[in-house]
Design a protein around this ligand. Structure first.
Ligand code: ZN
Length: 172
């Protein structure tokens, strides 16, 4: 396994819609993505964030809630398709491994239903709510070439970008 380099916004790879996954072998990529996500540490990582413009992401919405890693809920979604959204529009704060140092308030539906292929390419379907629904929509956005900034009003986006670039300068 290997740690992968995470692209930082505004890398153009983060603004590019991804291609569907075919029958390529993804076992090593998926293992590396999980290792990279846990090391970052993050709760989700989409393939375009490591420069692979394919429709897949890994996530584990709960592993940070416990000191016991085996209590996590790892999930791989390949070629995910949004079936429906429901519930209420809820506001929540989101970080992104590709936008370090900035938390962005994003409005999203509180529940989501999808179908996707698991790591054996079997089609699965499921509904999610709570934090998992937010996490899935965030990762799904990456596959569409969207990041948290794309949800902001022009004024809020300017302010968020300013904070981001100021932080970058400080860390250089
Ligand atoms: Zn992200």
């Amino acid at each position: 396994m290997a740690l992968l380099q995470i692209l930082q916004w505004p890398d153009p790879g983060l603004s590019t819609p991804c291609d569907s996954v075919g029958d390529e072998d993804l076992a090593e990529l998926i293992a590396d993505m999980f290792e990279t996500m846990y090391a970052a540490p993050g709760r989700g990582l989409a393939a375009p964030q490591i420069g692979v413009l394919k429709r897949l992401f890994v996530m584990d919405a709960t592993w940070k809630d416990s000191s016991d890693r085996t209590a996590g809920t790892p999930l791989v979604m390949i070629n995910p398709e949004l079936v429906s959204v429901g519930g209420q529009q809820e506001s929540g704060v989101e970080g992104c491994l590709s936008i370090p140092g900035v938390l962005t308030e994003v409005q999203r539906p509180s529940s989501v239903t999808l179908r996707w292929q698991d790591e054996t390419r079997r089609w699965q379907a499921g509904s999610f709510d709570g934090f998992a629904a937010r996490c899935i929509q965030h990762e799904y956005d990456h596959l569409q070439g969207r990041v948290t900034f794309d949800h902001l009003s022009p004024q809020a986006r300017l302010e968020a970008e300013e904070i981001y670039f100021r932080n970058l300068e400080k860390s250089e």
